[in-house]
Design a protein around this ligand. Structure first.
Ligand code: 5AD
Ligand code: SF4
Length: 449
């Protein structure tokens, strides 16, 4: 149905979790726009509220139920004024606990899993007619075929683009293979078309998204394409200046992708490559199918191709049966790699995953290890950021800063950079000399060459 109506209803989407949810939330508002919905930033004004949820850890999951509690009040207020507020839960909690949500929270009108977003308009119509709607199927029809960007809406200079979804790796701690389903790669032609469309609307940097993005193997000219092949094709798009991708698995780092980091001009010197643990015993129990040593050799090869690459990672501490020696192996690996960014988490039991059944590490032990790991990572992060002072880097400007005349952007290495009295506009890519390193950002000045 593509009937166009004036924007008469307001949509508020609250997004939790990963960047793919950010991308999906945009697609949901695009799908609902032809049906009369415009987005609002004020939840209290919304005719439809969608919570796009995350199930990766227990804390993330619980947020949904506390937000629903708050929404109950807002919905009551709107009804008292003669209006209404429909409430929908989307994302990975919807996928994993859809029926349970509907049972626990009768105020929820609609539950939609990540593979069914193209069916949202029909679901909304059903709810508006007085029913409820639950769709957590893994349908055979491809949501990406239906979910298109609104043709001409202006965009900021950076955008996400989902190229691959789902995961077949089944790490023992992770819900992704269950909530996002089996690994599916989009055809290369669709991705290139979407990228050109974004560039026409002002985008200069694209981050390719996938839960296992470097396992990309979408259909393309001459057979399946690797992620590297796709990146080289994107490199040819005039007006696109920067390419990034996330999140990668060590086992899928192909030779062509490593080489692209050294050769492809628009591919930025930044790589998020989670290892999770530095202990081979724990890696095995996590079903990671790589060792600490194979990861370190891989890092060596990547650095040989691109010596200045900034590395980022994910770590889990307190996985079942992790001893102090196992944890120390993680600390040793971090020391050896030297990360520019890293995200570390306490292991959180996820229902239905293999590790949930195993003997758990005590909470205070997890907390203490997390603190040690995070202080090491913070030290490394800070030293790498401080070492940027005196260097000249590319910065893509994204928005005005807090101070008058100041502009903010991201460096090639993804550091936040601010420039005072900068004669640049949002979307400009400029050379900037870094002059100072602060807590969370760098200060720089424009270099005119
Ligand atoms: N507990 C803690 N952290 C987890 N992650 C995934 N599942 C869990 C879990 N059950 C972390 C991993 C992954 C990141 C996105 O979240 O480090 O790379
Ligand atoms: Fe989860 Fe990533 Fe492992 Fe897939 S590879 S199961 S998404 S942690």
């Amino acid at each position: 149905m593509t009937e166009m109506r004036a924007h008469t209803k307001k949509l508020f989407i609250k997004t939790y979790g990963c960047q793919m949810n950010v991308y999906d939330s945009d697609r949901m508002s695009d799908a609902l726009a032809p049906h009369g919905y415009e987005t609002t930033l004020d939840m209290a004004q919304a005719d439809l509220v969608l919570l796009n949820t995350c199930h990766i850890r227990e804390k993330a999951s619980e947020k949904v139920f506390s937000e629903l509690g708050r929404l109950k009040e807002l919905q009551g207020e709107r009804r008292a004024m003669g209006g209404d507020m429909l409430i929908g839960v989307a994302g990975c909690v919807a996928q994993a606990e859809g029926e349970e949500i509907m049972r626990r929270q009768p105020l929820v009108d609609l539950v939609v899993g990540p593979q069914s977003y193209h069916r949202l308009p029909q679901m909304e119509a059903r709810v508006r007619a007085g029913g409820t709607a639950l769709d957590t199927d893994f349908p055979a029809d491809d949501k990406f075929d239906t979910l298109r960007h609104r043709p001409k809406a202006a965009r900021g200079p950076t955008a996400f683009l989902t190229v691959q979804e789902g995961c077949d790796k089944f790490c023992a701690f992770c819900v992704v293979p269950y909530t996002r389903g089996a690994e599916v790669s989009r055809p290369a032609s669709r991705i290139l078309e979407e990228a050109r469309n974004l560039v026409e609307r002002g985008v200069r940097e694209i981050t390719l998204l996938g839960q296992n993005v470097n396992a990309y193997h979408g259909a393309g000219e001459g057979g399946d394409w690797t992620l590297a092949r796709l990146i080289w094709a994107l490199n040819d798009i005039d007006g696109l200046e920067r390419i990034r991708f996330t999140t990668s698995h060590p086992n899928d780092m192909g030779d062509d992708l490593i080489a692209a980091h050294g050769e492809c001009e628009k591919l930025m010197p930044y790589l998020h490559l989670p290892v999770q643990s530095g202990s081979d015993k724990i890696l095995k129990r996590m079903n990671r199918s790589h060792t600490a040593e194979s990861y370190l050799r891989l890092i060596e090869r990547i650095r040989a191709a691109r010596p200045d690459i900034l590395l980022s990672g994910d770590f889990i501490v307190g996985f079942p049966e992790e001893t102090e020696a196992d944890f120390q192996a993680t600390m040793d690996l971090v020391e050896e790699v030297n990360y520019g960014y890293a995200y570390s988490f306490k292991y959180s039991t996820r229902p239905g995953t293999p590790a949930a059944e195993r003997a758990q590490v005590e909470e205070d032990v997890k907390s203490e290890r997390l603190q040690r790991l995070q202080s090491l990572i913070t030290r490394q992060q800070r030293a790498i950021q401080d070492a940027m002072v005196g260097r000249t880097v590319g910065v893509l400007f994204e928005k005005p800063g807090r101070l008058e005349g100041q502009m903010m952007g991201k460096s090639d290495y993804l550091h936040a950079v601010h420039v005072a009295n900068a004669d640049v506009a949002v979307g400009d890519l400029a050379r900037v000399e870094i002059i100072e390193s602060g807590t969370n950002s760098l200060a720089g000045r424009l270099v005119r060459d």
